[in-house]
Design a protein around this ligand. Structure first.
Ligand SMILES: [Fe+2]
Length: 239
């Protein structure tokens, strides 16, 4: 694996061919787009589509009788349990994705000559913690009578959002620093996600759930700080 940034025959920039670039600029003024409309029309269509679109999914009705009772109870006290269940589903999907990100990263790190064994060990430890967090969310959903196997709307959305991160790390051509950069995107988002979930669980009167999540948040803060440190070391090593 090429684990450092190198100079090479990159022809993507305008400096590679000033004459052709001049012609290209001229053409952009002369050749009009063959699709009617402009950026104002594009914005208008986007607004119209957003206004009439259906929701991306729904939160399933809790399957167990116990869940039904709890849901009804929360409705009575003016809290929407579906918001909490949706965000729990999101965290579950994210942590499951986190396990896959670390597995892809560990496989990549193995390709490095003289790989840092301590870093590999820590990656494995973080991978295991992501799996534990997943189980923590499963337990919370079951406590509420919700189905942890269901794809909630927010779970669906984070799956799509994280596709770029997974693609970056699983691309065999990306080096360690590029992969760590992608992982940092996920870990920073994960931290914010746990903070919001704890706030939400508290607001929904589910203090035992929010307390059980504090340990996960503390561990995620270590993940983000460590990945940030690895990225910095890896980039500075190349200088
Ligand atoms: Fe993490």
């Amino acid at each position: 694996m090429q684990n450092a940034t190198k100079m090479g025959l990159n022809c993507t920039g305008a400096q590679m061919s000033p004459m052709d670039s001049k012609e290209q600029l001229k053409a952009s003024q002369e050749v009009r787009p063959d699709i009617p409309g402009n950026e104002r029309k594009l914005a208008l269509v986007r607004t119209e589509e957003a206004a009439k679109a259906d929701a991306i999914g729904s939160v399933p009705i809790p399957g167990s009788a116990r869940g039904m009772v709890k849901t009804a109870l929360n409705k009575l006290v003016g809290v929407s349990p579906e918001v909490l269940i949706d965000k729990l589903g999101e965290r579950l999907a994210f942590e499951r994705g986190g396990v896959r990100l670390y597995e892809a990263l560990m496989a990549k790190a193995q390709a490095i000559d003289a790989v840092d064994e301590q870093m590999l060990k820590t990656m494995k430890h973080f991978r295991d913690e992501e799996a534990e967090h997943l189980q923590l969310v499963v337990a919370a959903m079951e406590k509420l009578g919700a189905d942890p196997t269901a794809m909630t709307p927010c779970a669906d959305v984070v799956g799509v959002t994280n596709m770029g991160v997974l693609q970056t790390i699983s691309d065999p051509r990306t080096n360690l620093a590029q992969s760590l950069n992608a992982l940092l995107t996920a870990e920073l988002t994960d931290n914010a996600g746990w903070e919001l979930l704890i706030e939400l669980a508290d607001a929904a009167g589910q203090s035992s759930i929010s307390e059980s999540f504090e340990k996960a948040l503390a561990q995620e803060q270590v993940h983000a700080d460590t990945v940030r440190g690895w990225l910095s070391e890896e980039v500075m090593r190349q200088v």
